[in-house]
Design a protein around this ligand. Sequence first.
Ligand code: NI
Ligand code: MN
Length: 240
Amino acid sequence: MNHSPQKRRVEITWLGHSAFKLVSSTGKTILIDPWLDNPKAPAGLKDGINADLILVTHGHSDHLGNTVEIAKRTNAKVIAIYEVSVYLESAGLGNVQGMSKGGTVNVDGIEVTMVDARHSSTIETDGKMIPGGEAAGYVVRFENGYRIYHAGDTALFMDMKLIGQLHRPHVAIVPIGGLYTMEPRDAAIACKWIKPKHIIGMHYGTFPALTGTTEELRQHLPMPMKSRVKELQPGVPITL
Ligand code: NI
Ligand code: MN
């Protein structure tokens, strides 16, 4: 049996909507799009949650979420596209790394690459909407080589095939709710291109308007890929 820390896999917890907590093989905690006031998030979570690193895919409030308060409390480093990073600094955060698509940031051995997404991005602040650059996705490459792709909010786009070829993610986390993002049918096409070992749906079930389900995602996948879809329960960690 090999239970050495280097071989430990990554623990993934869905926190509802597009919010995820990833714990690396060396115990570092990454939050992606930590909107922990979402209707599916476990109650009281945001006040105690730990974070070393926070990744923000775009400026919409259901993704930027509680980033500022969590980062202030934990002093986590926050990574976002340049325009959102400038906003976060203006909101009082000191440990912010702005970047853009195609770039990679290495944070204590964890490599974070920002990739494309097809969506808009604005930031609501003081009752106004300010431009948030473009929406993005992330590929996180952990210390042990494990790779997770979080697609952010996006339509289906052909270059998801390229993301799969370049990064060969073990896990793809894709939006399936529809209306503002891909529906399950398109998410299934994305997964056929990306070829991940495990598939996790997000951005569904939060509101009645986000109608896609993981069961529909399974229906649209070819037989050998159906069992790759993991239906997560908010707050319940899984290790893949
Ligand atoms: Ni959005
Ligand atoms: Mn959204």
